[in-house]
Design a protein around this ligand. Sequence first.
Ligand SMILES: Cc1ncc(COP(=O)(O)O)c(C=O)c1O
Length: 397
Amino acid sequence: MEIEEFCRKYTVNRKNTNSEKWDTGIEKRFKTEGLIPMWVADMEFRAPDEVIDALNKRISHGVFGYTHLWDSYFEAFFNWQKSRYNIDLKKEWISFSSGLVTALYLIVNAFTNKEDSIIILTPVYYPFHNAIKDNERNLITCDLKNDNGIFTIDFEKLESEIIKNKVKLIIFCNPHNPVGRVWTKEEIEKVFEICKKHDLYIVSDEIHQDINLGVRPFISALSVDNKYYENLIVLNSASKTFNLASLLNSHVIIPNEEIRRKYKKFVGTVNRTEFNLLGLIATEAAYKHGADWVDGLLKTIKRNYEYIKEEFSSKIPEIITSPLEGTYLPFFDLRNMVNKDRVKEFIQDDCKIAIDFGEWFGKNFKGFIRVNIATDFKYIEYFVDKVIKQLKNKSYK
Ligand SMILES: Cc1ncc(COP(=O)(O)O)c(C=O)c1O
């Protein structure tokens, strides 16, 4: 689908819809009104028509009683993973959870004990930090290396932190939110090799797998090498790709029988309800019919990103825009123009934009911002225009 058609058919106004991003969350989080929300990672785009039709059909039946999982669900899910990523899935590998973050909390409890160490590569999605800290595990961070906005993994530091802290589990993020990397096969293998050597559980969060802007193919942890299956848990969902987050349907994929048993044993003690009917219906329809919609979405995200990058590089080259390989959440380093302690004053108080602050993702990333660009182009223009004008009008050094 072309950008024009995608945006015309699918862009929506979300104000006054109990949206966390637009309504309920913004005042709570930013303690002010009137901000343009470019924070929470969902989109101003309706799900594909076929998803809405499938939901409408089920809703008009009017009965929402206990339901069995059906075969065509797996067919649609498995075909999507096979045709796009060459992943061969098996039904018995799959468990369901009401969101990836919920799964992370369960996994932390199922595979580690209080005070065990868990490592993450920072800056990274802040619920990773919370899943570790809230469960009283020891949070170990390993900052990515930053070369003028290009982020890579510090393998030596990763291994030394694992050894030093007797780390039991890693939560890996691919594509990586917020630095926008789609990790190469070599990078993934190097991380996994270190983890295997020191007998860590590897949790690979692949929720952004489909938001790939085409620099290189997305490689799932499931397709790197079967030898890692002994340590591996993969999380994915159609929720990020198709804007279905509140339908709470995610996959916990565990190929190894022993790990699977351990996971299910723990989950069985705290959660008896596995899935959400409407989430399943929407996910099946999305995987069956959503490819053209995703094509339009990716073109739109790419157009939005390139517009910002070109405007900034020609008008304020001091802002460092990290290359966006995957996700719709580019990361900007403002430190050449804005004092680390004045980012809120600049972007929130003066530009009136709600973004995610770098330090939410890791303590050493104050001065960076993450911006959600899966939105109407008019907000992209607003963001670019405000940032450029404000930095020309006032010094934030
Ligand atoms: C890396 C990553 N994992 C998980 C999630 C959220 O998953 P869920 O809404 O299924 O809990 C997000 C949302 O932005 C994310 O970026």
